[in-house]
Design a protein around this ligand. Structure first.
Ligand code: SF4
Length: 394
């Protein structure tokens, strides 16, 4: 891998303000969520400096604050961090910020910050209380839904735009219509459905049960139909992303996705360790790759990373996995070789192909969305239903 091949590759710079999370969800993969450290502002500075100095930033690069619950860190810490980022990036213009939150701690003060800096907000909400509270609990096992809904209510009252990430497990599969109805009635119009993944050694997902793949296809078909019929329509991220992929000028000629292209995503841990490829790898360990860290700030350089064993070993194996996908999968142009973290923790190797994740999140999504498109193209289609959006995954 040459320096030139990495130029402007980074679309997401994910910074971990703290590994700590104030709640404890059943399916959480974060291994250090009791760790209360906060990222020093000098590490924020070093992270932005690294990306800009090495010319890695894509023209639309977003800074994402995630990987713990970001709102447990004070709003004033973000004011300082955002100012540092702004001061460092005059040549590339103001870098957009995004925060993925569990929604429990949203206050007027946070809304002020979001509006002041135009922060894109994603809230984790798994649907109505009966679904959400079954998996998303406080550290003492209490339900969290009511408090998240209070946070969403505040975002709406203050006109802070946000989208929702809804984790889909086996219990959600028979309830697609109810989920879309719940989101519509709650005024939520942008939803991403994240399947419950396997992202660590020995990890399990309720979607591994027999019959879940078929049920997931039914779930998605019902959700897509209900979302289009809703007034106002509910935008489903998976549908929008697939449409955007089909409309992309380079469709059919792309060789990788943000998770398997070197430096497509850069994640920086609270301690300044650098990671690339799937962001979930930050903080995990594996017998073949140790901690997955490819360098450490402030001293890391791109040349040293590219020449270093941790990066070279991962890239050799991930590239072999992409080749395997390209040679065997009819969905390659839509998926572009899958997610390394799922390949490793489902199949045992980066150098592998199909996973449960890709069967659901790529193959099922492609089949269902394309069947829906075909059906609607045979009938007169209201323009609003075919629009694509710039919905961002974080
Ligand atoms: S859908 Fe699965 S098998 Fe196909 S390219 Fe993606 S990861 Fe590979």
């Amino acid at each position: 891998m040459s320096r030139d091949a990495c130029r402007h590759a980074t679309g997401l710079l994910i910074l971990q303000p703290t590994p700590f999370c104030n709640i404890s969800c059943d399916y959480c993969y974060l291994p250090h969520r009791n760790d209360r450290r906060v990222m020093p502002i000098d590490t924020v500075r070093a992270a932005v400096d690294f990306v800009l100095r090495e010319d890695l930033n894509a023209p639309d690069m977003t800074v994402v604050w995630h990987a713990g619950e970001p709102l447990v860190v004070a709003a004033d810490w973000y004011r300082e961090a955002f100012r540092v980022v702004d001061q460092m990036s005059p040549a590339v213009g103001r870098l957009p910020h995004a925060i993925q939150t569990n929604g429990m701690l949203i206050t007027e003060e946070w809304c002020d910050l979001f509006l002041e800096f135009g922060v894109r907000i994603g809230v984790s909400l798994d649907g109505p209380a009966s679904l959400h509270d079954a998996r998303r609990k406080t550290r003492s096992g209490a339900p969290t839904h009511a408090r998240v809904m209070r946070g969403i209510d505040m975002l709406q009252k203050r006109n802070v735009p946000f989208h929702v990430i809804c984790v889909v497990g086996a219990a959600s599969l028979p309830r697609a219509g109810e989920l879309i109805d719940f989101f519509r009635l709650s005024g939520v119009t942008d939803v991403g459905f994240n399947i419950e993944e396997i992202e660590q050694s020995g990890g399990r997902s309720t979607l591994q049960r027999a019959g879940c793949e078929r049920a997931f296809r039914g779930f998605l078909a019902e959700a897509v139909a209900a979302a289009c019929e809703a007034t106002p329509p509910v935008v489903i991220r998976e549908q929008q992303e697939l449409m955007a992929c089909l409309e992309h000028p380079a469709f059919g000629r792309m060789s990788g996705n943000s998770q398997n292209a070197p430096f497509g995503i850069i994640t920086v841990s609270v301690a300044g360790e650098l990671f690339t490829f799937s962001p979930e790898l930050a903080g995990l360990t594996h017998r073949d790759y140790d901690t997955f860290a490819i360098g450490r700030l402030p001293d890391a350089t791109l040349d040293a990373i590219l020449a270093g064993e941790p990066f070279r070993r991962m890239w050799t194996d991930i590239e072999a996995g992409i080749r395997q996908c390209r040679g065997s999968c009819d969905y390659f142009d839509l998926c572009l070789g899958g997610a390394p973290v799922n390949k490793l923790f489902e199949n045992g190797f980066f150098a592998s192909g199909e996973t449960m994740f890709c069967r659901l999140a790529h193959k099922a999504v492609s089949d269902v969305v394309l069947a829906d498109l075909e059906r609607r193209l045979k009938a007169p289609v209201p323009a609003k239903e075919l629009m694509t959006s710039d919905f961002k995954v974080i």
